[in-house]
Design a protein around this ligand. Structure first.
Ligand code: PEP
Ligand code: MG
Length: 889
């Protein structure tokens, strides 16, 4: 067998490790079957076939596939004593996608395949339950009609055609719920569904079971390229070349009666990580009902009461699988006439909080080592636990409550369709996507929204699973909510909870969601900073033992510095001094300096700035007591500080006692066509040395002052945007002369280094290093200048580059290893050729992005520096990078 692998019936031709070929679902079905667990038999068509189809076009398959599928089907028939399309013992199968990377709900699935007017009668006779048989048939015709034959609604807010027909039938037969439909009503639904297929497609619904099977296989392969799968792949960096496998498996039925059920379970709580079997089930239902959130499912503990034997078996299997995979599992199961069948197991998606707790608990349980636990942490997901929640002391009354599907708090303006969410977000709005329930088509809207609220669903419905994966706040099953997407409005039936009045909200209204409690608030509720649990502290001790890369923070204010220190920052890697200039009480002095006619005028203004800067630096030294503080001297173009509008010019003229025309003339004199490439960085100090001189004096005096108070100061002075060694030689001399004068006899030591943020600086780094005690790569400017892409304007067209795959990732987010990375490596090599022990760090935005941190580790950096909230992320990424390079050795 080449393209098809079998599983079930006591053996399997694959294992969990074969995910690339069999997809996650297929590989784990094979693994479960080989462990002797109750898995309905079936077979997997490999991802190789998907790649073949993508290359050769829909419906073109490799030679021999048909014969392999026929042989695999024959084996399943033999194992189950059934025959595909048979009039007395028909074989029914499910056809499901299964990619190597988990993509929940993004691709297509068809259940109950093999039903037609003949086999449905056999199923009715066999089960003794004609209503059940016809219920399966109507589900199959609708699913197949939608997925394979493309009978769907044209607009996203319009109901699906088969749903509309079914609602009609329900009305006519006075059936409230799907379960209330009689056999006669279901027969009518099937007939109407088929008529709709004929009307829309011009061809009758296929009766031939092999035609059905190949139609479904083709559709599942095609669904790899559907828009929602595409969006999901981009979001999770899943390569399009991976392809999906197709799993064909014997159907088991959770809808044969009250001793049947279907459900999903996690071996631990996916929101909190606590060790309890957690999940939901529906009695007498098919799996799609749980995932789609059409009926509200019951919590798994209820199963112990309703079907105790099956519950006990599920508990046994769950433990066995978690122990086998040594990780929290997400299980799909069906109970048919009291007997449990496993349909899927995979590593469970979890919140950041659960991710940490599960890893730490598995270590405590002796199942994982420290290093493995660290490798289980997705650094980017830590974001969730580090983010603010609603202030418990100032909680407004809730206007609704649903299930706490994905934690954190989100404040945003309400929109009712995924498309609106995307449009509003593109205009810079923070939006909440509010829906009756979400479907995989909504993925682009969920991505654009800051939070998701649904009236239906559960903890494992589509919206919950996808939101959790994205680390986005989500509340599901808010049952008092009624959404009218077409009219762009919704009501909360209870009003303010308990008030009994109805509360209407319209598109654009602001709501706050609490994804940790499931509550919904009107307007924006006050937030408090994240509370870090003890598990994170425990994990971080392992992280710190493993990593070799130091993690500093970019901080301009004492508050930022304190936050960063509480997150474990080992110093400040970048203090942008100009950020201190924008405060209202300072900007005037800064403007006076810029507008001065000569050096004397500049010095007068700088004398006003000096004490303010000294105070700022002193406070930073105090907060960072004992840790290095890298202070960058003035960097941006001067005109950034100038008034621009006529009113601003008038105001400044008045404040400075100068005519408005003089100010206006100076502003236009300082205006540059390309300020980013203009008079900025150390170029300012080459022309006006007194600026750096006074800044250096402020740093030195601050160091001296706090040192006297017993604080250990480690000042590092950094000169930005150096392009030729001569700039640094001159400015180092200037700064050192000033600092030495102040610090003489104090015993305080300091260093002077430079930012490497221009390609030329990378190339001549060996000569720049002659004048530098350290290098800090400014990868924001280095990316800008290497690509020739404006940092400020690229956002307008870079998304197109990413969407169309011209660039694999945004180079302003993750270091571009081929271009910018190669220059950095050149710079490090050059610098250390001159000074072997040269300290090297990074302070561009990339310093907190996991793949870039890994790059820095490999390139031999001493430290990365990033924004305070990303410090824990960088620490974990640094540890994972250390483990990865150990593994490579
Ligand atoms: C950089 O260019 O990477 C950097 C840190 O400096 P700034 O962002 O202030 O230009
Ligand atoms: Mg820069």
């Amino acid at each position: 067998m080449n393209y098809v692998r079998q599983f079930g019936g006591g053996s399997s031709e694959g294992r969990a490790k074969d995910k690339a070929l069999l997809g996650g679902k297929g590989a784990n079905l094979a693994e479960m079957a080989s462990l002797g667990l109750p898995v309905p038999p079936g077979f997997t068509i490999t991802t190789e076939v998907c790649r073949f189809v993508m290359e050769h076009g829909a419906g073109t398959y490799p030679d021999g596939l048909e014969a392999e599928v026929a042989a695999a089907l024959a084996r399943v028939e033999e194992l189950t004593k059934t025959t595909f399309g048979d009039s007395s013992q028909p074989l029914l199968v499910s056809v499901r996608s299964g990619a190597p990377a988990s993509m929940p709900g993004m691709m297509d699935t068809i259940l109950n395949l093999g039903l037609n007017d003949t086999t449905v009668a056999a199923l009715a006779a066999q089960s003794g339950n004609p209503r059940f048989a016809w219920d399966c048939y109507r589900r199959f015709v609708a699913m197949y009609g939608e997925v394979v034959l493309g009978v769907t609604s044209a607009e996203e807010h319009e109901p699906e055609p088969f749903d509309t027909i079914l609602d009609e039938v329900k009305r006519k037969h006075r059936a409230n719920r799907d379960q209330d439909l009689t056999e006669a009503a279901l027969r009518e639904a099937v007939a109407l569904f088929k008529a709709e297929v004929l009307r829309v497609t011009g061809a009758p619904f296929p009766d031939d079971v092999r035609t059905q099977l190949w139609g479904a296989i083709g559709a599942v392969f095609q669904s790899w390229n559907n828009p929602r799968a595409d969006v999901y792949r981009k979001l999770h960096n899943i390569p399009a070349s991976m392809g999906t496998a197709v799993n064909v498996q014997v159907m088991v039925f959770g809808n044969l009666g009250d001793d049947c059920a279907t459900g999903v379970a996690f071996t631990r709580n996916p929101a909190t990580g606590s060790a309890e079997l957690y999940g939901e089930f529906l009695i007498n239902a098919q799996g799609e009902d749980v995932v789609a959130g059409i009926r509200t499912p019951e919590p798994i503990n209820e199963l112990a009461r309703t079907l105790p034997a099956a519950h006990a078996e599920l508990v046994r299997v769950a433990k066995l699988l978690e122990d086998h995979f040594r990780d929290m599992q997400d299980l799909e199961f069906t109970i048919q006439n009291g007997q449990l069948f496993m349909l899927q197991t995979r590593a469970g998606k979890r919140t950041g909080k659960a991710m940490i707790k599960v890893a730490v608990d598995l270590v405590a349980e002796g199942k994982l080592g420290h290093r493995e636990a660290v490798m289980r942490i997705d650094p980017a997901k830590l974001d969730e636990v580090l983010h603010p929640t609603i202030d418990p002391k100032a909680r407004p009354p809730a206007i609704g409550k649903g299930l706490p599907a994905s934690p954190g708090a989100a404040i945003g303006r309400v929109v009712f369709t995924a498309t609106a969410a995307e449009e509003w977000a593109n205009k810079g709005e923070r939006v909440l996507l509010v829906r009756t329930d979400t479907s995989p088509e909504d993925i682009h809207g969920m991505k654009a929204a800051v939070g998701i609220l649904t009236a239906r669903g559960g903890m494992t419905s589509h919206s919950a699973v996808v939101a959790r994966g994205m680390g986005k706040c989500c509340v599901t099953a808010c049952t008092s909510l009624r959404v009218d997407a077409a009219k762009k409005t919704a009501v909360f039936a209870g009003g303010a909870l308990g008030s009994g009045k109805e509360l209407r909200i319209n598109e654009g209204d602001t709501l706050t969601l609490d994804g940790s409690t499931g509550e919904v608030f009107q307007g924006s509720a006050p937030l408090v900073p994240a509370q870090l649990g003890s598990e994170l502290g425990q994990l971080m001790t392992w992280v710190d033992e493993i990593r070799t890369l130091h993690v500093r923070t970019n901080a301009d204010t004492p508050t930022d510095a304190r936050t960063a220190r509480s997150f474990g920052a080992e110093g400040i890697g970048l203090c942008r001094t100009e950020h201190m200039f924008f405060q209202p009480e300072r900007i005037l002095a800064v403007r006076e300096m810029i507008l001065a006619a000569d050096e004397a005028g500049r010095r007068t203004a700088l004398a006003k700035i000096l004490p303010m800067q000294r105070g700022d630096f002193a406070e930073l030294f105090r907060v960072m007591d004992g840790l290095p503080v890298t202070i960058r001297l003035l960097d941006p173009p001067l005109h950034e500080f100038l008034p621009h509008t006529p009113q601003e010019i008038d105001e400044v003229a008045q404040q400075l006692g100068k005519p408005a025309q003089v100010i206006a003339a100076k502003v236009s004199e300082l205006t540059e066509a390309n300020p980013m490439l203009g008079h900025r960085g150390c170029r300012l100090a080459i022309t006006y040395p007194e600026i750096y001189e006074i800044q250096a004096q402020a740093i030195a005096e601050a160091a001296l002052e706090v040192n006297k108070a017993g604080v250990k100061v480690v000042p590092e002075i950094m000169i930005p945007l150096v392009m030729v060694p001569e700039e640094l030689r001159r400015l180092r001399e200037l700064v050192a002369r000033t600092v030495d004068r102040v610090l003489a006899g104090s015993g305080i030591t300091y260093t002077i280094g430079t930012m490497i943020e221009l390609p030329r600086a990378c190339v001549v780094a060996d000569r720049i290093a002659e004048h530098a005690d350290f290098f800090s790569f400014g990868t924001n400017d280095l990316t800008q200048t290497t690509f020739g892409l404006s940092r400020d304007d690229a956002g307008r067209f870079l998304p197109t580059y990413l969407d169309r795959g011209v660039l694999p990732a945004d180079p302003f987010v993750a270091i571009d290893p081929e271009g910018v990375g190669a220059l950095i490596e050149l710079g490090v090599r050059g610098g250390r050729a001159t000074k072997p022990g040269l300290k090297v760090g990074i302070c561009g935005e990339h310093g907190g992005e996991p793949s870039s941190v890994e790059f820095c580790h490999r390139a031999g950096f001493d430290y990365v520096s990033c924004s305070p909230f990303r410090v824990p992320i960088a620490r974990v990424a640094a540890a994972r990078a250390a483990l990865a390079s150990e593994a490579r050795k």
